[in-house]
Design a protein around this ligand. Structure first.
Ligand SMILES: *Cc1c(COP(=O)(O)O)cnc(C)c1O
Length: 453
């Protein structure tokens, strides 16, 4: 009998979503505002400002039928996460239609304009940097350090100094990313940002619930970005949110998210606005998802622990784990690197065919390509592993290709140390979502072992 395909990461419903959606219909709030949007924002605000103790005791409810037995909190989320960390009480959360919109609005709120430069982590998904270009500004890419795979604080300072020397002005903002959920060296990055007085935007789209020193990622900088796309930690079908430093900033963001309307009895526009607010129906899904968020994070960490232990026994495969105890990744996606000396079955045929569907599945239209080759690509043993796993009904994916190697950014300045390019050449993402069982992990690890010659 053929195994059911193990997918990379798909969010999983709690069973409570319909209750909130039904309420939206019953009360005629099928619009981009309403009780679910407010309720979801309240839940998110309590969650992101909470001290770590509140979700430490939730463990993934392990057994082979985990996805069927996933249990939402016995408590209503309204009663959860009631202990905000001191200093975070002023934070506000605005629910939006996507994480990309959240990045864009953070840049607008920080006054990023045409001709400005914005520093951005190169090793990321394109949605971190694309909104910089929406503003007519230019991304300046900074490479990663080896421990967390996120922005290298040393290179960051070099980049800032060099941009000031070359352009005579400071970069307008710094976008740091929590790639695959792993916390960045945020304290060191903030220290440098403070020294030069440049605001930090944290792209925590992949890092919902990850913590550094007990504090939720996305609450350290000026603004924090969350995503609720279908493959993220939780989903609203599509959606995002922006964590704002205070009520004034929240009002500013809300203004731009709702077409920048002035207070006249008729439409009067003095600023260019956007239609970026989340709908009350999507927010209903979000409220239902909040009832399983702690359990989902616990499950991702549980799966990570199984991988970490298993890969200790396989030479040449390294699991990307928290570098030390300050770091507490949500392990949104579990990632490994494969040593270039490892021989994988089918390696001689790697890249002989081009990809027919979108890698990742989500894209509506992708451009067909004549050759699978570019000047920067995963090693043949990584591609062979991907194909081997695919044939065994296991979905995997290369790590994200660094932005400084993307043709659309070929003219942007980049400050490099080779780390992200090296990781891209040897890394891959493995199935990680709430639908992955202990037995799936065993099967995946066995298949990887079998692929090695
Ligand atoms: C998913 C993602 C985003 C964008 O979120 P959407 O909700 O898909 O627009 C931004 N940054 C990173 C790093 C992401 O992975």
């Amino acid at each position: 009998m053929e195994r059911k395909r193990v997918l990379l990461c798909l969010a999983h419903m709690s069973g409570n979503e319909m209750r909130y959606i039904q309420e939206a219909f019953d009360t005629n709030w099928v619009v981009p505002l309403g009780p679910n949007v407010n309720g979801f924002e309240d839940d998110l605000k309590r969650f992101v400002t909470s001290s770590s103790s509140s979700n430490k005791d939730v463990v993934s409810n392990r057994n082979e039928e985990y996805p069927q037995t996933i249990l939402p909190h016995e408590n209503n989320p309204e009663s959860l996460w009631r202990d905000p960390i001191k200093g975070l009480e002023d934070k506000h959360v605005v629910a939006l239609c996507s994480g990309t919109a959240a990045v864009h609005l953070a840049l607008i709120a920080l006054g990023v304009e045409a001709g400005d430069e914005v520093i951005c982590q190169s090793f990321t998904f394109c949605a971190s940097s694309h909104p910089v270009t929406y503003q007519g500004a230019k991304p300046v890419f900074v490479d990663s350090e080896k421990e967390t795979w996120n922005m290298d604080p040393v290179l960051l300072e070099e980049a800032i100094k060099d941009r000031i020397a070359k352009t005579g002005k400071k970069p307008k903002a710094i976008i740091v990313v929590y790639l695959y959920g792993m916390p960045a060296k945020i304290k060191e990055i903030l220290a440098i940002a403070d020294k030069y007085d440049i605001p930090v935007v944290e792209d925590a789209a992949e890092g919902l619930g990850s913590r550094y020193d007990g504090q939720v990622c996305g609450t350290f900088g000026e603004y924090g970005v969350l995503s609720f796309n279908g493959n993220k930690m939780i989903t609203t079908s599509g959606g995002g949110a922006l964590i704002c430093p205070n009520e004034a900033a929240r009002n500013d963001v809300m203004f731009y998210a709702t077409q920048a309307r002035e207070g006249y009895p008729y439409y009067q526009h003095e600023k260019i606005g956007y239609n970026y607010r989340m709908s009350n129906v999507c927010a209903g899904i979000g409220r239902g998802q909040m009832t399983v968020l702690d359990e989902h994070i616990a499950h991702h960490r549980h799966i990570a622990h199984l991988y970490e232990e298993a890969f200790k026994k396989i030479e040449g495969i390294d699991f990307h784990a928290n570098p030390s105890s300050e770091y507490d990744s949500n392990y949104w996606l579990n990632t490994i690197t494969i040593d270039p000396s490892i021989k994988v079955r089918g390696q001689e045929n790697a890249y002989k065919t081009t990809v027919k569907g979108a890698v990742g599945g989500a894209a509506g239209v992708i451009h067909a390509v004549d050759s699978a080759h570019t000047d920067c690509e995963p090693n043949t043993n990584v591609e062979a592993m991907r194909v081997f796993l695919d044939k065994a009904n296991i979905e995997s994916r290369p790590l994200w290709k660094p932005m400084h190697k993307q043709p659309c950014y070929k003219d942007c300045p980049a400050y490099l140390n080779g780390v992200s390019e090296s990781l891209f050449s040897k890394g891959m993402c493995l199935p990680s979502g709430p639908l992955v069982t202990d037995d799936d992990v065993r099967y995946i690890v066995e298949t990887i072992q079998a692929a090695i010659e």
